[in-house]
Write a protein that binds this ligand. Structure first.
Ligand code: GLY
Length: 369
């Protein structure tokens, strides 16, 4: 794909972020838009880190300090949220603190941000269940019904791996590895499709079985879960260099690509391969980032070509360009079809789309994960 096309897409994305900054001020967009308008709220969702990550990406790309100033104000919000433990009783601590505090530290060297990112990693470790060896996704740690992991959590592990790297203390990575190997063992089926969630017996840690929360059915393959698997294994390989992860990455990615419809943007669940079911553009953006990341270690010409086709499809057919009433970047993300949602924008879709563009434009970009 022509580099200018990627540059134009990044210019457009940064212009949307710039416009949104005036509207959102120090607030945060919700996880998904309503009629393609993000509503600003006071935060406290699992997705708040993505907006901050978009500000950091815009700053790195444009060098315009206005983005950085707001990103750093956002970082103060994340510090306060952690001090007061506001809505942090879940596993999405990596999604919150990697694109905010870790990013700030990596870009500006902000020691306070580093301190809080490590503190966030400490907090994430409190979600670990030794019986079953996994990080519990949601609910009270004592709740039998909440005794499960979800595939998304692969994306929270980099915070732990990073914390071990910067502190020299292996305790964070030890927990990350325990969760990683449990998750890879239980959520990936023999054909490399995936379960969204996997339940364990609270008393014995025994494996009980896979289910879905956001997919079509327990035995289908939720597209975003598969994408979290693609990117999650690429990141796990980056931190562990464990060769056994390569086979998982390859299997998950092959399935993701094989199940793409003709226009290269997945349906919200990969049980659908044609027809008029809604898409999930965010899944494509996440998978593209994973493929580009893994290509740093091993060449995958077919995967990389598919990633380019997906990215081009997003740029050509799924942005809000020419629709000034929208304040989003990517259209047609699906948050949760079982919850009755319709195609909208999702803030994580917008973030990963920008990350994918950044990765293409600057192969040396230092990731926030
Ligand atoms: N981590 C939740 C989601 O992907 O919707």
């Amino acid at each position: 794909m022509d580099n200018q096309k990627i540059k134009n897409a990044m210019d457009f994305a940064c212009s949307v972020v710039r416009k949104d900054m005036d509207e959102f001020k120090e607030g945060f967009p919700g996880a998904q838009s309503r009629n393609y308008k993000y509503q600003t709220n006071g935060g406290l969702d699992w997705t708040d880190g993505f907006w901050t990550g978009m500000l950091f990406l815009s700053y790195e790309y444009t060098k315009d300090k206005k983005y950085l100033e707001l990103a750093e104000k956002n970082v103060d919000y994340f510090k306060n949220r952690l001090d007061k433990k506001l809505s942090l009783d879940h596993h999405d601590i990596g999604f919150l603190y990697s694109p905010s505090c870790v990013a700030d530290y990596k870009i500006t060297g902000n020691e306070e941000a580093k301190k809080y990112a490590i503190k966030a990693a400490e907090h994430l470790m409190t979600r670990y269940q030794p019986k079953g060896k996994f990080i519990q996704a949601w609910g009270a740690m004592s709740d039998e019904k909440s005794y499960f992991l979800i595939i998304d959590c692969l994306m929270n592990l980099p915070l732990l791996f990073w914390a071990s790297e910067v502190t020299g203390d292996t305790k964070y990575a030890d927990i990350a590895k325990n969760h990683l190997y449990t998750a890879l063992d239980v959520v990936i089926r023999d054909d490399f499709t995936t379960y969204h969630t996997y339940r364990f017996d609270k008393n014995t840690g025994e494996k009980l079985g896979g289910k879905t929360a956001q997919g079509y059915s327990d035995n289908s393959c939720w597209a975003r879960g598969q994408a979290w698997g693609v990117y999650g294994t690429a990141l796990a390989y980056h931190y562990t260099k464990d060769e056994s992860i390569i086979e998982k990455f390859e299997g998950l990615t092959k399935v993701f690509i094989e199940k793409l419809p003709k226009d290269n943007v997945p349906y919200w669940d990969m049980i659908f391969t044609d027809g008029d079911e809604p898409r999930d553009t965010s899944s494509a953006a996440i998978a593209i980032c994973g493929i580009i990341q893994m290509a740093k270690y091993k060449k995958y010409p077919e995967f990389e070509a598919a990633a380019d086709r997906m990215l081009e499809a997003l740029i050509d057919n799924y942005t809000s360009k020419g629709k000034p009433d929208m304040n989003v970047i990517l259209t047609d993300a699906m948050y949760s079809r079982p919850a009755g949602h319709n195609p909208e924008a999702a803030i994580y879709g917008d973030y990963y789309f920008m990350e994918a563009l950044m990765r293409k434009l600057n192969p040396d970009w230092k990731m926030y994960w």
